[in-house]
Design a binder for this molecule. Structure first.
Ligand code: NDP
Ligand code: 2IT
Length: 443
């Protein structure tokens, strides 16, 4: 009879059908099992079972009035996953696909990512199945206020500090911060990703994309490579993707693609700065679509991996956007490095495939941690009532990403000349979380 897994049955029993959550847990537990098994304290403290169960999940109804005067009802959540290493911290996502499985996977990942930053932050995620597409400004404002009317009870600078994620950017954070002020009358750092003139950190908007490129540069350097003149496929055309593209151009790399839910925009000779500015305006300020961009050639329904050969892939859209077939395409396109801007953009099969083919792989919990790291710096600035300059923040971001790179290789050796960053990052973060839980006795 097959040996029983120490955690799989509990995962099935307590989180039935939560595919994305199972996927995230399996990936981590596969890597950390030898570390876990070596420690009797981890076993006595039931660390695997503790980490599989969020501290709490808050779910609430969000009723709001549309422009026609009708009441619309959405579901809202905050998964406060673990505050073992600091107050709960993580983004809010507004997307019709949002459900508890996705938020649990994101909350779980966030605990490990935040541990890697070295800043005192626990992990959380939240959001709603609200679809902002085709909604008016007034509807977005009313929805954000209705959402905060529930969420404000559960957050605060020492409890839980939300930020943005898919479809939650500076505009939505502004509407929620305004309503938090109205409801609590307290000016405090209860949200990050605020605008620079109203309490936000310089550089937070760019931080995930820029941080991704800093991490990639560390990966390249560790393998005797460099970024300049490399050809890059980027998926997504949101906050993370477009700021990653911006930093690539600044480093003389060639960006061949960006994409959105409609298709991919391909630039045979590389995206230029003027066009990138136009795309940023259309996607980030006007909430438009890539199909309306005049420059480049638009490939409806296609992914970047369907289109061109390149050296590096940066998936920056959403979870599981790359399945095994797409991973095979990436291998055939000659990709030698892949760093994740999105959270879990590769299915388990896809990860296995690219790792087995020797592609050097930067897992999101390490490579996209720059956003939450600068959120951590925003909290410090809010708490000390002293803002820092863009240069100071950028220098700190570069140094945090270099530290995350080093932490991701601290517990591993090169195999066939390359680092298996996923394993190293998982072991480092797991050890930090597990040691805290052991130290607390029982929590
Ligand atoms: P945005 O909302 O700014 O952009 C998301 C982009 O991905 C858009 O181009 C969107 O297309 C596309 N997209 C989203 N969902 C889908 C889907 N189901 N299918 C196809 N395309 C999709 O979000 P962000 O850039 O902030 O986030 C992107 C990823 O990065 C997410 O995985 C997020 O969790 C992760 N992340 C974000 C951080 C942050 O600080 N913002 C930090 C760390 C990770 P369209 O415009 O057509 O909807
Ligand atoms: O996935 C992420 O790390 C984020 N969406 C950012 C979280 C944050 O608190 O800045």
């Amino acid at each position: 009879m097959a040996k029983k897994s120490v955690y799989k049955d509990t995962l099935e029993k307590n989180h039935p059908g939560d595919e994305e959550f199972h996927q995230a847990v399996h990936e981590v537990y596969e890597d950390i099992m030898p570390t876990y098994k070596r420690s009797s304290a981890y076993k006595t403290s039931s660390i695997l079972t503790q980490l599989m169960e969020p501290d709490r999940i808050l779910r609430f109804r969000v009723s709001w009035q549309d422009d026609k005067g009708s009441i619309q009802v959405n579901r809202g959540w905050r998964v406060q996953y673990s505050n073992a290493l600091g107050a709960y911290k993580g983004g809010l996502r507004f997307h019709p696909t949002v459900n508890e499985s996705i938020l649990k996977f994101l909350g779980f990942e966030q605990c490990f990512k935040n541990a890697l930053t070295g800043l005192p932050m626990g992990g959380a995620k939240g959001g709603s199945d609200f679809d902002p597409k085709e909604k008016s400004e007034a509807e977005i404002l009313r929805f954000c206020q209705a959402f905060m009317s529930e969420l404000y009870r559960y957050i605060g600078p020492h409890i839980d500090v939300p930020a943005g994620d898919i479809n939650v950017g500076a505009r939505e954070i502004g509407y929620m911060q305004g309503h938090y002020l109205k409801l609590t009358n307290r000016w405090e750092g209860a949200l990050t990703g605020k605008g620079e003139t109203w309490g936000g950190s310089a550089g937070r908007i760019e931080a995930t994309g820029y941080g991704l490129i800093y991490f990639l540069q560390n990966m390249l350097e560790a393998h005797d490579g460099k970024l300049s003149e490399k050809k890059i496929l980027i998926s997504g055309a949101g906050n993370v993707a477009l700021h990653a593209a911006e930093k690539c151009l600044a480093e003389d790399a060639t960006v061949l693609t960006v994409s959105d839910s409609g298709g991919t925009l391909y630039f045979k000779d590389g995206l230029d700065e003027t066009t990138l500015k136009k795309i940023k305006k259309i996607k980030l300020e006007e909430y438009g679509a890539l199909k309306d961009v005049k420059e480049g050639s638009y490939k409806k329904g296609k992914s970047p991996w369907d289109i061109a050969d390149a050296d590096i892939a940066l998936p920056c859209a959403t979870q599981n956007e790359i399945d095994k077939d797409a991973a095979k395409k990436l291998v055939n396109r000659g990709i030698s490095f892949l760093a994740e801007g999105a959270n879990m953009p590769l299915t388990a099969d896809a990860q296995q495939h690219i790792i087995s083919k020797g592609i050097i792989y930067g897992p999101g919990k390490a490579s996209n941690a720059g956003g939450v790291a600068v959120s951590g710096l925003e909290r410090t600035q809010n708490a000390s009532m002293a803002p820092w300059t863009r240069e100071e923040v950028d220098e700190k971001l570069r140094s945090i990403m270099a530290d995350i790179h080093d932490r991701s290789v601290e517990h591993i050796r090169r195999s066939d000349g390359i680092y298996h960053y996923r394993k190293g990052a998982n072991i480092y973060a797991f050890t930090k979380l597990a040691d805290a839980l052991v130290a607390y006795g029982i929590k």
